[in-house]
Design a protein around this ligand. Structure first.
Ligand SMILES: Cc1cc2nc3c(=O)[nH]c(=O)nc-3n(C[C@H](O)[C@H](O)[C@H](O)COP(=O)(O)OP(=O)(O)OC[C@H]3O[C@@H](n4cnc5c(N)ncnc54)[C@H](O)[C@@H]3O)c2cc1C
Length: 309
């Protein structure tokens, strides 16, 4: 069986791993230049900053098994047991940034980057997956793991009856700032503050977190702030975010700073099943099993089970 997986995020890589291990031909396509999707790590000079997902928790036995494998492989580690007072529940992260995990997951998989899928079309035997470079791939089954609006756009020329409860899923946005600093900031050990003020949902010191050799902050604006400022001028908004960030930067000196924006950051609602499938097309991702890393992996597992029958 030939399977094409669209998306090399946690969901797509989980699907691809399982179907490849079952002996099938799998090609993963991603429009990005590396794996991870919303699990993203960026370098700015010597600094290393996670700028999408910051950490993950484990709520299910299925995901615990996967996390145990990551821990044994040395690609994930426990970061802390909560921020502030702490609640005793482990928060995990990638050993050298969140993409340490997704890089590990790609080992032995056929993953093609900078491959933008723009259309999926039915043929007599299965499906064509059309790329924006004019080429196409044939597939018996296609697993689409993009954020839902992007998945829907790929299926626009099919007659698949995707339920409205999936089709209408909307996403919160996240405006972020990445700030390399010199000196000690106001972010305390173990390196993160959640909802510490009216603007930021999380502020992370990537050095205290243990992923960056030098001090660098990731600041995520909350959904309300991000929505309110999304359409404003990028430079003006970034300047405002930097001014609001000052209370976390403290007396440290800003060396470099960059804006980052996630248009489809977090699904506001999720479908009640871990994936949706019809006629050789499977839809998966965190909109199906929970808006977090665990949800993406669980959805990937369900999509693989669906493909393998
Ligand atoms: C700012 C932010 C902070 C977060 N913080 C946390 C956190 O602390 N803890 C947590 O558990 N979760 C967090 N999350 C959520 C977590 O990142 C996601 O739930 C998870 O990474 C989703 O994985 P996925 O595989 O479903 O989707 P994605 O990671 O979005 O993967 C989809 C992939 O599809 C690719 N793609 C899209 N369209 C196309 C196309 N046309 N052709 C080819 N490829 C395409 C994309 O490039 C992407 O790589 C956060 C998310 C964001 C944005």
């Amino acid at each position: 069986m030939q399977v094409v997986v669209v998306g090399a995020g946690l969901s797509g890589l989980t699907v691809a791993r399982r179907i490849t291990d079952a002996g099938h031909d799998v090609i993963v396509l991603d429009k990005g230049r590396s794996s991870g999707g919303r699990c993203a790590t960026r370098r700015i000079g010597d600094a290393v900053l996670d700028h999408g997902a910051q950490f993950f928790t484990v709520r299910s036995d299925e995901f615990a098994t996967t996390v145990d494998e990551w821990l044994r492989a040395g690609v994930a580690r426990e970061w802390c047991r909560g921020f502030g007072a702490g609640d005793g529940h482990p928060r995990y992260c990638g050993t050298n940034g969140m993409t340490t995990i997704t890089k590990h997951m790609t080992e032995g998989l056929a993953v093609r980057y900078s491959q933008m899928v723009f259309n999926i079309e039915k043929n007599n035997r299965g499906w064509w997956v059309h790329l924006d470079d004019g080429t196409h791939l044939a597939a018996d089954q296609v697993v689409v793991t993009c954020p839902v609006p992007q998945s829907m756009a790929l299926l626009v020329n099919t007659d698949l009856q995707v339920p409205d409860g999936i089709r209408n899923i909307e996403y919160d946005r996240t405006i972020a700032a990445l700030v390399v600093v010199n000196g000690v900031t106001n972010v305390p050990v173990p390196g993160a503050v959640q909802n510490g003020d009216a603007t930021f949902s999380i502020v992370v010191d990537n050095q205290l977190k243990g992923v960056s050799p030098i001090r660098a902050l990731t600041l995520h604006c909350n959904a309300a702030f991000s929505e309110e400022h999304w359409s404003n001028d990028l430079a003006v908004t970034h300047e405002r975010v930097m001014s609001l960030a000052q209370s976390w930067i403290g007396d440290a000196t800003v060396v470099e700073h960059q804006p980052k924006r996630w248009r489809l950051a977090t699904p506001r609602t999720t479908w009640h099943e871990r994936c949706w499938a019809h006629d050789g097309i499977v839809l998966a991702g965190d909109a199906f099993a929970g808006p977090r890393i665990e949800g993406a992996v669980l959805s990937g597992m369900a999509a693989a089970a669906q493909v393998l029958g």
